[in-house]
Design a protein. Structure first.
Length: 281
């Protein structure tokens, strides 16, 4: 494994030593699931079930922390079945959807979700006009209940459409007291007050984690990276892994390890599971 931060090797060794008290938190799209043009047909990496099962046998808990609605990621990831396998090790799989607003666990098997912010429905009604104004009338609108996302990946010039949409949607969100969450060729509008960083802090407390690994690929993962660095500053062993792509580089400078997309994430998780197993055999 090649480390890109000064203390990456040291942090990795400490995380492996913490082994059974380790929380591994993972983003979904671009990390566990390869990026595809149509979000509705995304699928988890074919090795994920086996790799997560092996890892679960060695660590305290595994969490998927995603911008997707929890129900959607359960279906696309086959995470119900992954949760069954993890439960056999006496461990728990936690899925936090919509940036930590929704929660599912393999112990309770139901999604707990807040009410959608009322301003979202008004924004959805205004979107066709806003997309025309931004010169992107064919951008794809993903209604997520608690949020709405506008995707440009399937447009003729996705990056240019994204750049035109971002200021228009930022202004529309501001007028309605909502927040903007830009991502890989997507602009999402949602309520403020929760992000992956807050979600991660809460998970670490809940599981009394003695170490944390977080793996992500996109701007929505930056608050989680920052939360991990705050935890590191308190002395907790932590490791930050960037699932690298040509599309987003914001996490690179913060990461201890960069791997090549979801294939690289699978290899990293398998190596971590094996190192913890050997260290604690
Ligand atoms: O937090 P994540 O698990 O990374 O979810 C973030 C957003 O991911 C999805 O969009 C992204 O993946 C799509 C499928 O590969 C891709 O087509 C799109 O361009 C990406 O932005 C999802 O559709 C969003 O709702 C999530 O918020």
């Amino acid at each position: 494994m090649e480390f890109s931060s000064a203390d990456g090797a040291e942090q990795y060794a400490a995380v492996v030593r913490a082994g059974r008290r380790l929380l591994v938190a993972l983003d979904f799209d671009g990390t566990l699931s390869p990026i595809v043009d149509d979000p509705a047909v995304a699928h988890i990496h074919p090795d994920a079930g086996e790799v997560l099962d092996r890892l679960a046998a060695e660590v305290r808990s595994i969490a998927v922390v995603t911008g997707r609605p929890a129900r959607q990621v359960l279906a696309l990831g086959g995470l119900d079945e992954v949760g069954d396998a993890i439960a056999e090790h006496g461990r728990e799989l936690v899925v936090l959807g919509q940036y930590g607003n929704e929660r599912w666990t393999s112990a309770h098997r139901r999604v707990v979700s807040p009410k959608p912010p009322p301003a979202i429905s008004g924004l959805i009604l205004a979107l066709p006009h806003l997309l025309r104004r931004a010169g992107a009338p064919e951008a794809w609108i993903e209604e997520k209940g608690l949020a709405v996302a506008v995707h440009t990946r399937r447009l003729a010039d996705p990056a240019a459409a994204f750049e035109r949409l971002l200021p228009v949607l930022t202004e529309a969100a501001r007028e309605r007291g909502l927040s903007v969450e830009p991502g890989r060729l997507v602009v999402e509008i949602r309520a403020s007050g929760m992000d992956k960083g807050r979600a991660l802090h809460a998970l670490v407390s809940e599981f009394e984690a003695g170490a944390v690994v977080f793996v992500g690929d996109d701007l929505g993962d930056v608050p989680a990276f920052e939360a991990v660095l705050e935890l590191r500053a308190t002395g907790l062993p932590t490791l930050l892994v960037c699932s690298g792509s040509d599309e987003e580089s914001a996490l690179r400078a913060l990461a201890d390890v960069e791997v090549a997309g979801p294939d690289g994430v699978m290899a990293f998780l398998a190596e971590l599971a094996e190192d913890v197993r050997i260290r604690h055999a």
